[in-house]
Design a protein around this ligand. Structure first.
Ligand SMILES: NC(=O)C1=CN([C@@H]2O[C@H](COP(=O)(O)OP(=O)(O)OC[C@H]3O[C@@H](n4cnc5c(N)ncnc54)[C@H](OP(=O)(O)O)[C@@H]3O)[C@@H](O)[C@H]2O)C=CC1
Ligand SMILES: CC[C@](O)(C(C)=O)C(=O)O
Ligand SMILES: [Mg+2]
Ligand SMILES: [Mg+2]
Length: 492
């Protein structure tokens, strides 16, 4: 099968990549009605499978799980996940023929195998959904023409899909209908009802395309969302220990620092995050971020180019064929880093101290969010999509690190995201070697103000504030956040 995006004429590539309409809440007035009384069968009960299934059942929908026979026989985690939550579980043969909607929530690497198994079993005119369009866009899978193919892609790790729903909110979601598979013309209505079932409509929904979702999702996860959080964690921790900061303190500052810093980002964008620093520290973080952006720009561009050309997916699929050799090696190596192996100390760190003693981490976030956004929007991805894939999702991933460090982040995200995260991290750390040589504890581990003379050049401060506030991501973000009226606080 050929890469679907690469096979499109240039005109359609541009059109699909730029598809992004912010949907009004009135468009969801029918709620889950379109799916009421319909049989919904989820394939796979892993991260997204369980979270989405729970939300949709709580929204009044009829959910059951089709698992592979071996998972049922061996009572694997997927079976236990579904059974312990009182869902009906069955084999593909038992459940797929009854389904009006089959939600394919197996890992991306299994999609071709899943589709090959479910397609002959699906009833005529049923609907097949994805939460990431990799299989359609990068593998070029063709689906039976009577089947409607939709995408409902939460811009969030699964744990937060459930947690935000329980908080009465949701996570921003991209919905799409595959142009090759909308035989009844009701794909969008099904996608909207599904999205309401997960709570996504409360946080903002973009009517997008499979192409735009895949290319932006891959870019976000490889760079700011996971790659740079991994690099920033390891480099920040190592630097503090090298300079004599207590490892237990350093471990805690990094593990919980991302969550605290990015909560400010979630509520009020980069402006609010930077405003949490003293004025001298803000100017320093701004300068560090500018330097980081200059150094990392070629790497961000390389990731975007490889994603657009299909080079990234080709390389990752080679690893799938090799039994995930690289993925498993890199996962094990991450587990051996000093940051992962050093438990967070039992020391009190106040909320403000996470900002004051981590100027460098704030700079990493600013540089990473802006670079990902700038690179995506320069490549034809629309601002709103780029915002969700950079600024909005960073706090949701940071929460996973607060729970159990990088292990937890890489466990919760998809294997596709994890693979791309390691690729970025391995290239980024050497790139930042010279930059890190100049870094001292004044910007990571200790309060910046203690080492500065406290003086601020007002002209410089005005310029810095204007540069932060006038960035396109801040303008786009303010509009999107204004629509998130039900957003709840995470860090009390
Ligand atoms: N993780 C996330 O937070 C996000 C994921 N996504 C997308 O959601 C989809 C699911 O990813 P994710 O939730 O991470 O997946 P997981 O790896 O967490 O879970 C996959 C589940 O699928 C089952 N499975 C594996 N192979 C098969 C197969 N051949 N047939 C049936 N079931 C199978 C596994 O169970 P068993 O091995 O026991 O059979 C497991 O329970 C992907 O498309 C991903 O890109 C989108 C947004 C975020
Ligand atoms: C961050 C990665 C992601 O795209 C996600 C949680 O949105 C994934 O694939 O896991
Ligand atoms: Mg994603
Ligand atoms: Mg992803």
């Amino acid at each position: 099968m050929a890469n679907y995006f690469s096979s499109l004429p240039h005109r359609l590539k541009v059109q699909e990549l730029g598809k992004c309409d912010f949907m009004q809440s009135s468009e969801f007035a029918d709620g889950v009605k379109k799916l009421i009384g319909k049989k919904i069968v989820v394939v796979g009960c892993g991260a997204q499978g369980l979270a989405q299934g729970l939300n949709m059942r709580d929204s009044g929908l009829d959910i059951s799980y089709a698992l592979r026979q071996v998972a049922i026989d061996q009572k694997r985690a997927s079976y236990e996940n579904a059974k312990n939550n009182n869902f009906v579980v069955g084999s593909f043969e038992e459940l797929i023929p009854t389904a009006d909607l089959v939600m394919n929530l197996a890992p991306d690497k299994q999609h071709t195998s899943v589709v090959n198994q479910v397609m002959p079993l699906m009833k005529k005119g049923a609907c097949l959904s994805y939460s990431h369009g990799f299989n359609i866009v990068e593998e070029g899978t063709q689906i039976r023409k009577d089947i409607t193919v939709i995408m409902v892609a939460p811009k969030s790790p699964a744990s937060e899909v459930r947690a935000e729903y329980l908080r009465g909110f949701g996570v921003p979601t991209l919905i799409a209908v595959h142009p090759e598979n909308d035989p009844n013309g009701d794909g969008l209505e099904i996608a909207k009802a599904y999205c309401v079932g997960t709570g996504g409509h409360k946080a903002g929904v973009l009517h997008s395309s499979f192409v735009a979702e895949v290319k932006s999702d891959l870019m976000g996860e490889q760079t700011i969302l996971c790659g740079l959080l991994q690099t920033g964690s390891i480099l920040s921790f190592n630097k503090m220990v090298e300079k004599g900061i207590d490892p237990a303190y350093a471990s805690k500052l990094v593990q919980y620092g991302w969550e605290t810093i990015t909560e400010a980002l979630k509520i009020g964008g980069i402006t609010n995050m930077m405003d949490r620093l003293s004025n001298p520290a803000k100017i320093e973080a701004f300068k560090l971020a500018e330097e980081l952006k200059d150094i990392m720009r070629p790497l961000f561009i390389k990731h975007m180019d490889d994603i657009l050309s299909g080079e990234f997916s080709k390389t990752m699929m080679e690893d799938w064929a090799a039994g995930d050799k690289n993925l498993l090696t890199w996962r094990a190596e991450t587990g051996e880093t000093a940051f992962e192996k050093t438990p967070a100390g039992d020391v009190e760190i106040s909320e403000q101290e996470y900002f004051d003693n981590a100027t460098l981490m704030v700079a990493f976030i600013k540089a990473g969010v802006e670079s990902a956004y700038e690179t995506m929007t320069c490549s034809g991805i629309k601002n709103e999509s780029a915002y969700y894939e950079s600024l909005h999702e960073t706090p949701l991933i940071a929460n996973t690190i607060a729970r159990k460090k990088l292990f937890e982040m890489n466990r919760v995200i998809s294997d596709t995201a994890e693979y791309g995260c390691y690729l970025f991290d391995h290239a980024c750390k050497p790139l930042l070697a010279d930059f890190m040589k100049k870094i001292d504890t004044n910007v990571i581990g200790k309060n910046f103000n203690a080492s500065s003379n406290g003086r601020v050049d007002n002209f410089e401060l005005v310029k810095v504030n204007a540069a932060i506030r006038n960035h396109s991501i801040e303008i786009c973000g303010a509009e999107l956040r204004a629509a998130m009226t039900a957003m709840k606080k995470i860090v009390e």
